[in-house]
Design a protein around this ligand. Structure first.
Ligand SMILES: [Zn+2]
Length: 308
């Protein structure tokens, strides 16, 4: 795999210490991947990392977010799980123009159209996922983020579990800043390296997901990234992930420690039983209230230029 060395993608510092050396536990991309912590801003990032062109080979054809089919029963449940995200956005605005960056096969955008008067757009680099969103769900999808057509016209931009996949998160947020109307909203969710799951599972934590996750940002690093890209942070909170992320990490841990148990067909069925979601909900709500939720969502607005 073609790798490149990189300064910190948040603050450009070259000072770091090595934290993890990990294989790809989920999809077995060959190699050992190194995660370092920036000594300046606390960001955890891959260094060296696969080059941008090489990253495409890190997403196999069965990469889960790209294989959800809106007609399958499992995906109908998936769409139900997307509704809390739709509700969060409805509280910010009743309608308008919404762009989802890294929209995968577009299920969230399709669901969002049910939640008010929304004109939706998506960006998705994966050709198969983009084709599904475009051809089956009838969504307008671009391959890359472009500013020309949408500049200053968007009410909401969402990036669900996407920023950790980017090579240039600061440049992307700066472009998003140009796309939003004054008073528009940016919603970014990303794994929380200070979460209970991250502390418990360490190198097996699903939030690390090397080599696909190039950067894993704690609150301090995210605040800096948002401020440097021209955003004012309004709110940080957790509202999804919970048992699913916990079970995914447990699955990876079992795969390493007890492979025969992990391989057993019953294991996944037990881990992902819907009943766990409800039984564990009070526990995860408490964890989230204490700030240790597995995924943090940042709600931000473009900083207004100061008038003189
Ligand atoms: Zn840094």
């Amino acid at each position: 795999m073609l790798m490149e060395e990189t300064p910190c993608p948040v603050c450009d510092s070259q000072d770091f210490r090595v934290v993890f050396r990990l294989p790809d536990l989920a999809y077995n991309c060959p190699g050992i991947f190194v995660l370092v912590r920036c000594l300046e801003c606390d960001a955890l990032y891959q260094n060296p990392r696969p080059t941008a062109a090489e990253m495409e080979t890190c997403y196999p054809s069965d990469y889960e977010p790209f294989t959800r089919d809106a007609d399958r029963v499992g995906s109908r449940l998936q769409r139900l799980r997307l509704r809390p995200r739709c509700r969060q956005i409805s509280r910010l605005a009743r309608g308008g123009r919404l762009l989802d960056i890294g929209c995968a096969n577009g299920l969230f955008l399709a669901e969002m159209r049910q939640y008010g008067d929304w004109e939706v757009f998506g960006v998705e680099p994966n050709p198969g996922a983009a084709r599904y969103a475009r051809d089956v769900l009838g969504l307008p999808i671009s391959h890359q983020l472009k500013t020309a057509d949408l500049e200053g016209s968007l009410d909401v931009v969402t990036m669900w579990d996407v920023i950790e996949h980017l090579h240039q998160p600061a440049e992307t947020l700066t472009m998003v800043r140009q796309l939003l109307k004054p008073g528009g909203w940016l919603i970014v969710s990303t794994p929380n390296p200070a979460s209970l799951d991250a502390r418990l599972f360490r190198g097996h934590w699903k939030g690390l997901d090397v080599p696909r996750h190039t950067v894993v940002l704690d609150k301090r690093a995210m605040r800096r990234l948002l401020a440097d890209s021209g955003f004012r942070l309004a709110r940080v909170y957790s509202f999804y992930g919970r048992h699913t992320v916990f079970a995914l990490s447990l699955q990876l841990w079992l795969k390493c420690r007890y492979p025969s148990i992990a391989k057993h067909p019953l294991t996944d069925r037990v881990l992902f039983l819907a009943v766990w979601r409800w039984l564990t909900l009070p526990f995860f709500l408490l964890v989230e209230a204490l700030g240790y939720g597995s995924i943090l969502t940042y709600v931000a607005q473009p900083e207004q230029p100061s008038s003189r």
